[in-house]
Design a protein. Structure first.
Length: 175
């Protein structure tokens, strides 16, 4: 299935140049993630984690991540035809405020499906889940060097509001 995730949606012109065509996202189906999706999720996770963390992603690691999310997050995949084209997750957290808040914890879209509206569709779906669970706001964290992600989130109505800070509690080899 990895081959499907890297499938090119282009055709050759008369001058033998590749002309990019847009995949048909009208056939998109959003559904809850299943454990058996782990293998097909590897290319999506690797595109993100390989780029930003230099880490290899394995099917076992994704299965572990899916188990950890049970009861805490809602995980959704976007299927276009027989291909997993995107993945997103949202976590709704109770708060001392009147309404809980939600965090868009992950959003991955395969490169050939970017700029097709698929990410927007995933975000709207996850916003609906958060809203249905009583969340008053949706928060997203992304790397400041993720220029495409920042531009997308701004276009989706998110505004920069806070500074995120991190402290490592244990070394990666002890995980």
């Amino acid at each position: 299935m990895e081959e499907a995730a890297s499938k090119s949606y282009g055709r050759r012109s008369r001058r033998n140049e590749t002309v990019r065509s847009t995949p048909n996202v009208a056939r998109t189906h959003l559904r809850p993630v299943r454990t058996e999706d782990a293998f097909r999720l590897v290319p999506l996770f690797e595109a993100f984690y390989g780029t930003y963390f230099g880490e290899a992603v394995t099917e076992a690691a994704i299965r572990r991540r899916l188990r950890q999310a049970e009861g805490h997050e809602t995980l959704v995949v976007a299927e276009v035809g027989d291909q997993l084209a995107g993945f997103g997750s949202v976590r709704v957290t109770p708060s001392l405020d009147l309404a809980p808040h939600a965090e868009l914890t992950e959003l991955f879209v395969a490169s050939e499906f970017r700029r097709t509206g698929l990410a927007s569709e995933l975000v709207r779906h996850l916003e609906g889940i958060a809203r249905d669970r009583g969340a008053s706001e949706l928060v997203v964290l992304t790397w400041k060097q993720n220029a495409d992600g920042l531009a997308f989130y701004r276009s989706a109505g998110f505004e920069e509001e806070a500074v995120a800070m991190r402290k490592t509690l244990r070394s990666p080899e002890n995980r």
